[in-house]
Design a protein around this ligand. Sequence first.
Ligand SMILES: Cc1cc2nc3c(=O)[nH]c(=O)nc-3n(C[C@H](O)[C@H](O)[C@H](O)COP(=O)(O)OP(=O)(O)OC[C@H]3O[C@@H](n4cnc5c(N)ncnc54)[C@H](O)[C@@H]3O)c2cc1C
Length: 449
Amino acid sequence: MIQKTRIHLLNSNQLQNKSYVLYWMQQSQRVDYNHALEYAVIESNRVNLPLIVLFCLTPDFPDANYRHYEFMAQGLIEVKKSLHERGINMFMVNGDPVKEVVLVALNAALLITDRGYLRLQRQWRMNVAAAVKCAMIEIESECIVPVETVSSKEEYTAGTLRPKIQRLLREYLVPLKHNSVKRDSLTAKCDAALFPASTKEIIRLVKPNMTVPAVKWLSGGYIAASERLSSFINHKLDKFGSLRNDPSMDYSSGLSSYIHFGQISTLQIALEVNKTHSPGKDVFLEELIVRRELAYNFVWYNKNYDSYKSLPSWAANTLETHRTDTRKPWYSETQLEKASTYDPYWNAAQREMHIRGKMHGYMRMYWGKKLIEWMSSPADAYAFALYLNNKYELDGRDPNGFAGVAWCFGKHDRAWKERPVFGKVRYMNASGLERKFDIDAYVSKIEAL
Ligand SMILES: Cc1cc2nc3c(=O)[nH]c(=O)nc-3n(C[C@H](O)[C@H](O)[C@H](O)COP(=O)(O)OP(=O)(O)OC[C@H]3O[C@@H](n4cnc5c(N)ncnc54)[C@H](O)[C@@H]3O)c2cc1C
């Protein structure tokens, strides 16, 4: 079932007398639990036209590099194969999505797309909707509860969002079945479109910035994501509540990169976790649903989500009051990027992100806080945290990343006891890590990478 609240008309155009229904897949890069795809199948059956799926590679997506494109490409090759098994053809174009999608939509009776939440993704959809002749409909599939259904405004904290989302879960935490395709689209023609048969070919087309290598420990795609989910449920979920924060252990799901690229749906993850009687279930669902969808609420309603200007006034004011406090030590961006500080824990976290493309969740908080302490101003620290996060994290450039960095500077948090540099923003220090965890074991683990 596709809830009505997931459906957004992006223009007021009519159905055209053309050759196919087009689904422009952008954010939801998967075949299972994809409301936009299922809606497109239902509509193509209704109007008795073949369904074509189109993906537009965008070589210059902000901050994306080889690490990101390789992972995404691995997933897309699988998507093409799975769609083929359902009798649906997928094509690909390469370039500016507004130009390329509009071209392919010239022969579309109807254009469906999924929802993207970041500024550029929203802009693309608005521009495409304004340029095409056919009706364009966006279907929201990345949030378990559609972002505007949960709340019509930016929420202050998880505490204000939680009750709003929880009362809707009965309605939205429901399975999504495949609809069968009545008109096979495998022979349907689609002009100006191609499909590369391998990850290598996709990379050749995109010609990404090669400065950041692909990761070796994780490969993209739904199959790998599903295996990781099963293994997490079977081996880690029970201890998730007690051990997820310990950087020397590995009790988190490791699913964020798959979720970021839309390769697996959080709805599917939540339903599978919800079936268990594991003691870790509630804590995990709090992270996956409440914390994540708070981040989506943030980027959706706060137009400054990628800037220091997004902070609540108490946090901005207190950081401003302490802006001229002496920073000791002070590090340059180069020293920080190269993990050359006096702090072995911070260096290990930076190296983990650099090499593995995924820093441990607890260390992300410590890492962001230290940038406030060591850089010349909080605004510089904010911008640099986003730069590093988006460049190296495989799950970077995500609403969670924008909200995570903002959290380090006071967003979604409360005021604490005033201190130098941080003012009333929450502070974290190395002795906290030493007290709570075997943090040297974490450092050794990273040194061995
Ligand atoms: C400075 C900083 C930067 C961050 N950057 C990113 C980023 O670029 N991309 C990203 O996906 N997350 C980011 N996070 C949030 C969080 O750290 C990661 O989502 C988590 O570590 C991902 O690992 P996992 O999938 O193993 O998480 P698990 O602990 O297994 O959690 C499962 C899922 O719940 C969600 N989740 C968990 N913690 C959070 C959280 N604090 N906020 C929102 N959702 C959460 C994620 O979707 C995650 O995949 C950042 C946090 C901070 C403090």
